[in-house]
Design a protein around this ligand. Structure first.
Ligand SMILES: [Zn+2]
Length: 425
């Protein structure tokens, strides 16, 4: 059975304070649940039940696995000694903690992706504000209830099911029945908020203002992507959440794209920005490969490929050609790189390998087999992605072989094994 969270949270932005009590339902086969929690959060209690019965449980910090650098927190283990009697049941781990979200350690040089400030709140797996399962292959459904100041507005990567406001506080509720890879929550004071259901942007009035030049373009690009890749997996409206942080870039969570600092609005960068935005929209389809393994190249390279191609169609200029040559230069400049197969997301070289080399690999295949044939194969793979729990590099290669033959697959494997500068001969 899948992982499910029920969380009751309270956020006091003026004090930077978070309190959570809730439970996570995990498969009974797991005697040990490993997860990451932010260093600034303090436990108040952990217990466990199976069915109606309470079972003893031990909670301790552990170093048995390395926490990927992009998670800002310590690794914890909840262990149980009780043997399950009925394999149809789930373990329910109940927990309570409170405290503040600490930024990453200074020497880590990582951007602060999560924070609770008096003018904005951004929380996702990066700041480990909830017990984040160490294996990100764990997809979760959830119910979240958030108690916050009455004059704040919030959003999450789920379906908003209601808000009750009293004098001083509001309780916001969301539900996510699909399996998603994170629990993302953002908020800001109502008086500063841009609220317009017809807009794809969400954030402060100030930040959204300049970004509205993209509104029309991105809606059209999304329709073009749906024509190519099929219906998006989520019915939730697409929205770009603009947060005040300047570093760390964008991430996409079930229809919600969270962007630090917004996009540059200079006219000369217009096509680049539309491509960057489309890349995030593409993650509505390509979001199921594990970032803990090299399989992640599939999601990133496909998001690059589809976004560059769709923008090329849209602007009707030589965007594809110029972008491909830029990417070739950037890859060359990145110097000697390990093979895609030997990398994982958290390694510094993975960006150049997954995005640049990965894109060039797909582009070469497209040129070899013919653009329209390749597009069709990618469109079909997008549908496989929406219907599967997880995606691997092998699933992609199998699909390529089935649709386009053994040769393109063999060539792709050469690229994936290639280490050195640039691309294979
Ligand atoms: Zn991406």
């Amino acid at each position: 059975m899948p992982t499910h969270y029920d969380l009751n949270c309270e956020i006091v932005p003026q004090k930077g304070k978070l309190s959570v009590n809730g439970e996570v339902h995990v498969p009974i086969s797991k005697a040990k649940f490993l997860f990451v929690l932010n260093r600034g959060l303090r436990w108040k209690g952990v217990s466990q039940r199976i069915g109606e019965e309470s079972h003893p449980v031990s909670l301790h910090r552990t170093d048995e696995l390395e926490v990927p650098r992009f998670y800002n927190g310590d690794l914890w283990a909840v262990e149980t000694k009780t043997e399950p009697e009925n394999n149809k049941l789930q373990r329910v781990i109940q927990f309570e903690y409170t405290g503040q979200i600490h930024p990453p350690r200074k020497d880590s040089e990582l951007p602060q992706m999560g924070y609770i400030k008096n003018n904005f709140v951004e929380l996702s797996c990066y700041s480990a504000w909830y017990p984040v399962p160490l294996s990100m292959e764990t997809y979760m459904s959830y119910n979240v209830s958030l108690n916050g100041p009455a004059d704040w507005t919030w959003d999450a990567n789920g379906v908003h099911i209601g808000t009750e406001t009293s004098d001083k506080t509001s309780i916001w509720k969301w539900k996510q029945d699909r399996k998603v890879n994170d629990l993302t929550l953002v908020g800001l004071p109502h008086r500063n908020a841009h609220i317009d259901p017809s807009s794809v942007f969400w954030g402060t009035k100030e930040m959204v203002g300049s970004q509205r030049v993209f509104e029309d373009h991105i809606s059209k690009l999304r329709v073009m992507l749906e024509d190519w890749l099929g219906p998006r997996v989520t019915k939730a409206p697409l929205r770009f959440v603009l947060t005040p942080r300047q570093k760390g870039g964008a991430y996409s969570r079930a229809g919600m794209v969270v962007v630090g600092g917004g996009y540059p609005t200079e006219f000369s960068l217009r096509h680049q920005v539309l491509q960057a935005m489309s890349h995030e929209v593409c993650h509505d389809w390509f979001c199921k490969a594990s970032p803990m393994t090299y399989d992640n190249w599939v999601d990133e390279a496909l998001a690059e490929f589809c976004s560059i191609h769709v923008v090329n169609d849209y602007v009707n200029e030589d965007f594809l050609t110029s972008q491909a040559s830029k990417i070739r230069d950037r890859l060359e400049k990145a110097g000697e790189l390990p093979s895609i197969r030997s990398l994982v997301r958290e390694k510094d070289e993975s960006y150049a390998a997954f995005y640049y080399r990965g894109f060039l690999l797909l582009n070469e295949t497209s040129e070899t087999v013919g653009a329209s044939k390749f597009r069709e194969a990618i469109g079909e793979f997008a549908m496989i992605c929406t219907q599967s729990e997880t995606i691997t590099s092998d699933m992609f290669l199998d699909h390529i072989q089935k649709k386009l033959g053994k040769k393109p697959r063999t060539r792709m494997e050469e690229w994936l094994e290639y280490s050195g500068k640039g691309v294979p001969k």
